[in-house]
Design a protein around this ligand. Structure first.
Ligand code: BES
Ligand code: ZN
Ligand code: ZN
Length: 518
């Protein structure tokens, strides 16, 4: 989808579909909806007057009504999209409503569309708190961009219904506002593209996206974006003594891939590199298929385990955006990719393996393989000089039991890193809920015969046991762990997205990285 930004009167913009946003300004829970359009264009307001006056359109989030041949407008159709209650309006509703507009247009054969920039100053302050222009425009582009893909590339009777072009039509205004909108537009394009790239990886079936193929795609992305990338396999795992990662990999005919992507910020002229500058490590779980191994999963729903590399995809997607946004902080992406298979060469319950850090791990369940590969990934990132770590993984079913599919789990050993991440989620609109990983829980992973074991002693607090295990390898380095098991795959159709890979965490990780930009 080609995205453009123009500054002109939206009523005079020639397009087959013009989108305008509406809010409900009625106060009070039981009050009848009172609809207001977020535009200062009298022509648009007049064209929509009759439908707005009827009580057919309630302005709910993602609700839509279309007018053909709207009077006084150059557009062939006017699509009014609801943002919900004005009082509680946030950037996230704008992102979703923009997505809903795109998903309305696609099946109707629309190829070119335009969106009237939501002018929140069209309403008085008592109705609406003003939202920053940069974030508004960015959310529009992100929402539209991530709503566009339909995951149907493997259908042989696929009909191409892509939207070819989308133009944001913003009013001409002060130079500073224009510049803010322009910035949001550029950032939104970068982030939507990165998130879609991550989703396209997660969408691939396990027979196509093997660890080797994941390595190839990451390397191709890095080459295109000017990032350094190394892809290693079994020999390097042995050399680095990555006993935990190697244990998982050895059950599969597919060799593992250790992918290292590096973003180095350009030094400004005359500046010397700062000695104590942070180096951020982005570590992703890249299990391209998780059968459970010898502790085999049941058949029901096992096909979903192709998305067990969504943490890796999030990190590769984040690196994609970082390469374009160019923050002034060094970032290293470390992906630990393998296939978890049962076979004559597979690791077994009861095995004891030595991780790269030297810690010994008793394997109680081969299905707890994510923490095994991440153990070595986190430690390796530290040896590469990372001062701050973040990992993302579809790590535990227990996290889905605890939080459902709305919030992903978040764990951290460091209040500053956590606070910065929380700030980042306010921009990204993604939902994470913090769960504890204090040392009170340490006994849960104490082993009889080794340093630690790879599952909790009891079945309670499984997501915490997994986080406690990872914490053993982050040690004192500030670290954030994102358990995205419940959020990496959209199980439900929403007006703003189809079923399929969500690309969760890309936006938050990128924003978190930017908080360290000097
Ligand atoms: N990949 C799974 C976790 C998962 C479950 C992701 C559901 C997405 C949806 C992980 O490797 C796993 O199997 N974890 C086990 C751990 C257990 C054996 C301690 C689990 O959650 O059951
Ligand atoms: Zn597993
Ligand atoms: Zn897994």
């Amino acid at each position: 989808m080609d995205m453009k930004l123009v500054f002109q009167d939206a009523a005079g913009f020639q397009t087959s579909l013009l989108v305008v946003f509406a809010v409900d300004v009625a106060i009070g829970k039981d009050a009848d909806p009172l609809i207001a359009l977020l535009t200062t264009s009298d022509a648009i307001t007049n064209a929509a007057a009759v439908i707005i006056a009827s009580d057919e359109f309630k302005g709910g989030l993602g609700e839509q009504v279309v007018l053909h041949g709207p009077n006084g407008l150059k557009a062939e159709r006017l699509l009014i999209v609801g943002l919900g209650k004005a009082k509680t309006l946030s950037i996230d509703e704008v992102r979703k409503a923009a997505g809903a507009a795109v998903r309305w247009a696609k099946p109707r054969g629309v190829r070119q569309m335009a969106v009237a920039f939501p002018e929140d100053h069209a309403l008085s302050d008592e109705h609406l708190d003003n939202l920053p222009c940069t974030l508004l425009c960015r959310a529009l582009i992100e929402g539209a961009g991530i709503a566009e893909p339909d995951w149907d590339t493997y259908k042989s009777d696929r009909k191409d219904r892509s939207i070819e072009g989308l133009t944001i039509v913003a009013p001409e205004g002060e130079e500073s506002t224009t510049r803010e909108i322009q910035t949001g537009f550029e950032e939104g394009k970068i982030i939507a593209e990165a998130q879609n790239f991550a989703r396209s990886l997660v969408n691939e079936p396990g027979n196509v996206l093997t660890p080797t193929e994941l390595g190839r795609r990451a390397a191709a992305m890095c080459a295109e974006k000017g990032l350094k990338c190394e892809v290693h396999s079994t020999a390097k795992l042995e050399e680095l003594k990555m006993g935990a990662f190697a244990a998982v990999a050895k059950g599969s005919a597919q060799p593992p891939a250790l992918i290292v992507m590096t973003y180095e910020p350009k030094l400004e002229k005359g500046k010397t590199p700062q000695k104590d500058a942070p180096v951020l490590g982005l570590v992703g779980k890249g299990i391209t298929f998780d059968t459970g191994g010898i502790s085999l999963k049941s058949a029901e729903g096992m096909e979903k385990m192709k998305y067990d590399m969504a943490g890796a995809a999030a990190m590769i997607g984040a690196m994609h955006a970082i390469a374009a946004l160019k923050p002034s902080v060094k970032v290293i992406g470390v992906i630990c990719s393998a296939e978890n298979m049962p076979s004559g060469t597979a690791y077994k319950p009861g095995d004891v393996v030595t991780a790269m850090s030297g810690k010994t791990i008793e394997v109680l369940n081969t299905d707890a393989e994510g923490r095994m590969v991440l153990a070595d990934g986190l430690h390796y990132a530290k040896t590469l000089g990372c001062t701050h770590l973040i990992d993302a993984a579809t790590l535990t079913g227990a996290c889905v039991v605890a939080l459902g599919i709305i919030n992903a789990g978040l764990f951290s050993n460091d209040e500053n890193a956590f606070t910065q991440f929380l700030g980042a989620t306010r921009v990204s609109g993604e939902k994470f809920w913090r769960l504890p990983c204090t040392d009170d829980y340490k006994d849960q992973i104490k082993s009889q015969i080794a340093d630690i074991m790879n599952t909790g002693g009891s079945r309670w607090g499984g997501a915490i046991s997994a986080a406690m295990f990872l914490k053993e390898f982050a040690e004192d380095t500030p670290w954030i762990h994102l358990d995205i098991a419940g959020c990496a795959w959209n199980e439900e159709v929403k007006p703003w997205h189809p079923k399929g890979p969500s690309g969760v965490a890309v936006r938050s990780i990128v924003e978190w990285v930017r908080t360290y930009s000097a």
